[in-house]
Design a protein around this ligand. Structure first.
Ligand code: PMP
Ligand code: GLN
Length: 386
């Protein structure tokens, strides 16, 4: 393994899912739903397979039906207008979108300012591109209500070598949804310093309690300098289909496509047609999905509180970050490795998402995209910890 990748080892998601499988523990680690997405969309995939749509290499940018549906979704929900032919690119999940975007836009030696804790593939892809990550740490606010971005720290992180800002909202793993004010400050910084912005918005539909998802591309000056990343895995509960996308100005899409063509070239042919139908589901689908996840959040958050965790109730995503110091623990790694044995539950130590590992040490993430009965059982097991 080369020096660029050596520090990353095995992704925590694979490690913890293997631990869950080996111990039979309830897996609240890796974020995947235990209930598949809508039946009618599965049927759409079957129809595509049967009718021979997408069984051979689909077009490089993605099938036109899906690109049109993605553009339609961005217009309908956010008033953002994208040309399906030149401003939309279908990828093998958001994971490939992240990789292709960073490999296409970064020169060796460039700096990328990213929010810490960050989704693990960001660090690895920045490293593969030969660039350097500059983390800006989200920290709990004094009321312990949410993890907050310090805008002065963000501004101070930008240097003459900064090429792009890598943003994620709603934010995995903290559940923070950046506010309009925070996003405006990010946008102003990007314009002032002439930076590109890559924004991972895969949890765009998972916002709760009146929190609003504001796409960065809607803010002044951002339409032309922003690459927005989305995924059907999260929004429609089909993480195995690996259908993701970017929307961006034509020059950026062309650049990302140059990298993407040598990564997978294309992927997920029949599923692209099914996701095109999914994106056209009525608003009620998205509302019910969100209400269901909100109820699950309450179930797990309540259970974690009763078990003695300090809970950061997420405004978005399907993850809850907790602080284990209220349990008399301080090392999230050790805690998560012992948890299956202690009570039959698997969680993720947030420290893996930090360069400043000590900052992340006491935080542990639990996924709540699981059936109510599973969350109830996990909560009752966790109560045994005290
Ligand atoms: N970005 C974030 C923030 C994620 O949480 C995930 C999924 N865990 C991804 C990207 C990857 O999405 P996909 O499964 O579509 O590759
Ligand atoms: N995005 C999911 C999570 O954060 C996992 C994705 C993966 O396994 N790479 O849990």
């Amino acid at each position: 393994l080369n020096r660029r990748l050596a520090e990353f080892g095995t992704t925590i998601f694979a490690e913890m899912s293997a631990l869950a499988a080996a111990t039979g523990a309830i897996n609240l680690g890796q974020g995947f739903p235990d209930t598949d997405g809508p039946e009618e969309i599965r049927e759409a995939a079957v129809r595509a397979l049967r009718d021979g749509r997408g069984n051979q290499y689909p077009p490089g940018p993605g099938v036109p039906e899906l690109r049109t549906a993605i553009a339609g979704h961005q217009l309908r929900r956010y008033g953002l207008s994208f040309d399906p032919d030149t401003e939309v690119l279908v990828t093998a999940g958001a994971t490939e979108a992240i990789a292709a975007t960073l490999l296409a836009l970064l020169e060796p030696g460039d700096e990328v300012v990213a929010l810490e804790p960050y989704y693990d593939s960001y660090a690895a892809c920045i490293a593969m591109a030969g660039a350097t990550r500059v983390p800006v740490t989200l920290r709990p606010d004094p009321g312990q209500a949410r993890f907050r971005l310090d805008l002065d720290e963000l501004r101070a992180a930008v240097t003459g070598r900064t090429r792009l800002l890598l943003i994620n909202t709603p934010h995995n793993p903290t559940g923070t949804v950046l506010t309009h004010e925070e996003l405006t400050a990010i946008a102003e910084l990007a314009v002032e310093r002439d930076l590109l912005v890559v924004t991972d918005e895969v949890y765009e539909h998972l916002v709760f309690d009146g929190a609003e998802h504001v796409p960065l591309a809607t803010l002044p000056g951002m339409r032309e300098r922003t690459v927005t990343i989305g995924s059907a895995g999260k929004t429609f509960s089909f993480t195995g289909w690996k259908v993701g996308w970017i929307t961006a100005a034509p020059g950026l899409v062309t650049a990302v496509r140059s990298a993407k063509q040598f990564l997978t070239y294309v992927a997920s042919g029949p599923f692209q047609y099914a996701v095109a139908e999914a994106l056209r589901l009525p608003d009620s689908y998205f509302e019910e999905f969100r209400a269901d996840m909100r109820a699950k959040r309450e179930l797990l958050a309540g259970g974690l509180e009763q078990a003695g965790f300090t809970v950061f109730r997420p405004a978005g995503t399907y993850f809850i970050t907790t602080d284990i110091r209220s349990l008399g623990e301080s090392d999230g790694f050790a805690f998560c490795r012992a948890l299956p044995e202690r009570c039959g539950v698997v969680a993720i130590p947030n420290a893996v998402f930090y360069d400043h590992r000590e900052q992340g040490a006491p935080f542990v993430r639990f996924a709540f995209c699981k059936r109510a009965s599973v969350l109830e059982e996990a909560a009752s097991r966790l109560k045994g910890l005290a």
